[in-house]
Write a protein that binds this ligand. Structure first.
Ligand code: ADP
Ligand code: TRP
Length: 320
């Protein structure tokens, strides 16, 4: 089984990425050949400084390895090491209607938030479809925000196969409902583009400060509180065992327990949870040549796979 997923290098990986995509992908890494890439072509749609983009790619690679992706089991690579994917994007874009792209939620959300859209942002789902189809992926672990992009990918693949013959495997999204949308510190979906994240590997002071600024209602210390509508509780659930989680909920209901206390507990639980991964990350930071080698080797493997698909695609559409 071919498993594939990607993460943009537009910022530092956060706990939404970790629970929504990385953990499910780590489980699948044990079951099928996993391809995992750093989407730097996608990150270009926000026009980062060249130096920042390069650094961020390396940073994301270190974080992925620290989180447990194992180069012996998974192919880790940089999207732009496989330029074939842009060639396929062009070919797929010729069978994708403008209407489909205009209806994409993530595009519409960005516009509603005031981003000035460039054509790259508009055709983002076509590049994503190429990412998935070029490696004949079967299962794509993602968070819920990517559900529609996966549907678009399937539609493009089906249309292509109908027009040109059976070239692409039709992929399926794998979305874990319990962690499908991790809230950010402002209560919206946590996202690198919304400056509302809690980074997996932030410094102690930074992580505490981000957690302390999670938005809650303004109930006073003595008042009983509703655990089910509180973002602090939703995040705490990710890190605590059942007992600890139940106790927190009881404290909310009883009153005389403030949001500050809950946030401190969340901070401690998170800090403890990521401690072993932080140690692994420190080691990787001391051995960046290893990280670069892993990514370069992954890129070579991905190119070989992509080229196999492209030979069929070029022939099918009449380019060669
Ligand atoms: P971001 O939205 O922060 O830029 P990416 O677009 O790089 O993150 O997402 C990488 C993966 O992480 C995708 O599969 C995405 O669905 C998942 N993901 C991102 N944010 C969340 C979240 N808040 N909850 C669950 N999954 C998420
Ligand atoms: N668009 C994805 C995101 O923002 C990242 C991504 C790019 C991706 N290409 C992909 C995810 C292919 C899965 C498969 O989260």
């Amino acid at each position: 089984m071919r498993v594939l997923s990607g993460i943009q290098s537009s910022g530092i990986p956060h706990i939404g990425n970790y629970f929504g995509m990385m953990l499910p992908a780590l489980e699948l890494q044990e079951k099928g050949e996993t391809f995992l890439f750093i989407a730097d072509y996608h990150a270009l749609t926000t026009q980062p400084k060249p130096e920042d983009l390069r650094k961020m790619v390396e940073n994301v690679a270190v974080d992925l390895l620290a989180c447990g992706f194992d180069p012996a089991k998974a192919v880790l690579f940089r999207q732009s090491d496989v330029p074939q994917v842009t060639e396929l994007t062009w070919i797929l874009s010729t069978i994708t209607t403008v209407g489909v792209l205009e209806r994409a939620h993530s595009y519409k959300d960005k516009i509603a938030k005031g981003f000035v859209p460039n054509n790259g942002l508009f055709t983002y789902p076509v590049l994503m479809a190429a990412d998935i189809l070029i490696y004949q992926s079967e299962l794509v672990p993602v968070g819920k925000d990517q559900k529609q992009h996966l549907e678009i990918t399937r539609d493009i693949a089906i249309k292509f196969n109908n027009l040109y013959g059976d070239i692409f495997t039709i992929p399926e999204a794998s979305i874990k409902e319990s962690v499908a949308v991790i809230p950010g510190i402002d209560g919206q979906k946590m996202s690198k583009s919304y400056d509302n994240t809690i980074p997996i590997f932030g410094g102690k002071k930074e992580v505490r400060q981000r957690i302390m600024s999670i938005v809650t209602d303004c109930k006073g210390l003595e008042e009983p509180k509703d655990p089910d509508s509180c973002n602090v509780v939703a995040l705490f659930k990710l890190f605590a065992d059942e007992n600890r989680f139940r106790t927190l909920r009881e404290r909310y209901r009883a009153g005389n327990y403030g949001y500050g206390h809950a946030k401190q507990e969340l901070f401690e639980a998170m800090w403890e949870y990521f401690a072993p991964l932080r140690r692994r990350r420190e080691e990787l930071l001391g051995n960046l040549d290893y990280v670069r080698d892993v990514i370069a080797a992954g890129g070579r493997k991905a190119v070989a796979e992509a080229e196999q698909t492209m030979i069929k695609v070029r022939k099918a559409v009449g380019l060669r």
